[in-house]
Design a protein around this ligand. Structure first.
Ligand SMILES: CC(C)(COP(=O)(O)OP(=O)(O)OC[C@H]1O[C@@H](n2cnc3c(N)ncnc32)[C@H](O)[C@@H]1OP(=O)(O)O)[C@@H](O)C(=O)NCCC(=O)NCCS
Length: 222
């Protein structure tokens, strides 16, 4: 069985590597009529599966060190299915449908703005076009806001029109072209850098949103 990803050079199909993807294909008709997803951070236990999904999605091979950073300097959000919701009690593992891995700078000095770099981002082919990627980006933005991030960025290989259309649709803008950014099977490819600016919350609006509701509640509970 094969799968496709726009990140691979055109025309290339890759073999199905991930148990999550196999489970999704096996249960596709139930999922199609009732897709129940949860969003969570990845843990060390998810590394073998996320490594296999990365082989399906990306022609670049990521080192073990990269995956070991998950939960440390590499933040993550994954869209997952609980097989028990579909009557499958044979496994305790959640089925990963998509993931976004990103790094946020942690400037201690509030004068400096934090930034977020999206390292990898993908959705299992069988579940594309259902808004999962859009939701993953929203979850990532939520994390970014809690770290006062003002700019998100990512690189996309120039032939990946699938991803480019998606990023432009959700408001990312192309900022520059990086020549020979990727090396795939001995051939170099350019990348587009895309950016998204998040509005910095003023101190007053941060106070109103974060503390005022709790403050008001505590007055009424007093
Ligand atoms: C890019 C990718 C993550 C998009 O995932 P997805 O779950 O299919 O995207 P969504 O369903 O959330 O789409 C959100 C919006 O973008 C649009 N969109 C998504 N893919 C599109 C495409 N190929 N062409 C045009 N629009 C597209 C959708 O129509 C949708 O718009 P709507 O909200 O108006 O309906 C997915 O195609 C993927 O995993 N590709 C392989 C890995 C990859 O290339 N990753 C990016 C590396 S930089």
């Amino acid at each position: 069985m094969y799968t496709r990803s726009g990140a691979y050079p055109p025309g290339i199909k890759t073999s199905l590597e991930s148990d999550s993807h196999k489970w999704i294909l096996k249960n596709f008709s139930s999922l199609n009529s009732n897709l129940k997803l949860e969003y969570k951070s990845l843990t060390k236990e998810d590394i073998p599966e996320i490594r296999n999904l990365h082989k399906e999605w990306f022609p670049v091979s990521y080192s073990e060190n990269f995956f070991e950073e998950i939960g440390g300097s590499l933040s993550s959000v994954a869209a997952v299915i609980n097989p028990k919701d579909y009557g499958d009690y044979s496994t305790n593992h959640s089925v990963i449908c998509g993931s976004i891995l990103f790094k946020i700078t942690d400037q201690k000095n509030p004068k400096f703005h934090n930034t977020c770099y999206i390292s990898t981002f993908g959705v299992v082919e069988a579940l594309r076009g259902k808004g999962i990627a859009k939701e993953l980006i929203l979850e990532c933005k939520r994390v970014c806001r809690s770290y006062s991030v003002t700019q998100m960025s990512l690189n996309v290989i120039t032939y990946n029109t699938q991803a480019i259309k998606f990023y432009e649709k959700i408001g990312f803008t192309k900022s520059r072209t990086k020549s020979n950014h990727y090396l795939i099977e001995g051939e170099t490819f350019d990348a587009f850098e895309y950016v998204y600016f998040l509005r910095r919350q003023s101190n007053i609006s941060f106070f109103v949103k974060s503390f005022l509701p709790k403050y008001i509640k505590s007055i009424f509970n007093a």
